[in-house]
Write a protein that binds this ligand. Sequence first.
Ligand code: AHM
Ligand code: MG
Length: 338
Amino acid sequence: MKKETTQTLGEFIIDKQEDFQYSSGELSRLISSIKLAAKVVNRVVNQAGLVGINGSAGGENIQGEEQQKLDVFADQAFIKTLSSREVVCGIASEEQDEFVTIVGSEDSKSSKYVVLIDPLDGSSNIDVNVTVGTIFSIYRRITPIGTPVELKDFLQPGNKQVAAGYVVYGSSTMLVYTTGNGVNGFTLDPSVGTFYLSHSNIIIPQEGKIYSINEGNYIKFPKGVKEYIKYCQEEDQNSNRPYTSRYIGSLVADFHRNMLKGGVYIYPTTSSSPNGKLRLLYECNPMAMLAVQAGGMATDGINDILDIQPTALHQRTSFFCGSSKMVEKAKSFMVKES
Ligand code: AHM
Ligand code: MG
């Protein structure tokens, strides 16, 4: 099997360490820990039908959503790996009501990073063998090093992210991330257990042919979104319409496809979810940073996602993300409405 490069993710992280603004190696160790936890989760995702981990865990998360056993497993795998390696001072997870303060040795007390994570996104797809993902976001804490983390360390706008990325557990497993200097993707070779650089310097095409939205909710969408969907479906040779509709229902999978092929992902507000469904901190901010780093765009329909000042850990937002010209176009329908 031919690899685009033989550079491993571990080698890449070390190579790029000098590019980081603060190259103490701490961010490198943190990303290496995420890589390790991703491999642990990948192993279980790949065996999901065999090891009794399909199905509901019998509880709900803070947002009242049913937790799957794999949601709980992935949550524990990331929290345990990151806390035991003492590479962060705090973790906020979509599956936890409150943020977790890491109190460990002197090392973790001197840690300056907090991680926000959606450990297993798209979990309704687990039991039917459809792609799921992990999404992560890293910030530098704003409270003094050595003191317990506070809520304000987590409630920072997306434009303060130091790094962001996702793992897509698909037909192959990939880890894609940015530290603010472009986006790179690494494919796991399962026979070796190593991620290799397979997609260097990813750029989202400015235009695409794919729109991704849960059209089953059409009746509940704002007028601007309805009009944009009709625009996508109209025939027009100059702009290559009608577009193609593709919606997996796993943000990571839909985003990953659109990033490589060109497209727009939309999860708007609806009459039943007036704030939208997706979580600003665990889902939208990291995807927005990746999109922008790859030359794309992300908005809530009016404001840039990365400029939104969060006020709550589990805050939701509407989300339009992907190829810049497609997002601009969709946004123009939203602006028209207001
Ligand atoms: P989750 O974090 O509970 O899995 O929810 C997020 C998921 C996204 O991955 C996906 O794009 C969206 O919810 C699908 O929602 P819907 O089924 O309403 O279309
Ligand atoms: Mg999610």
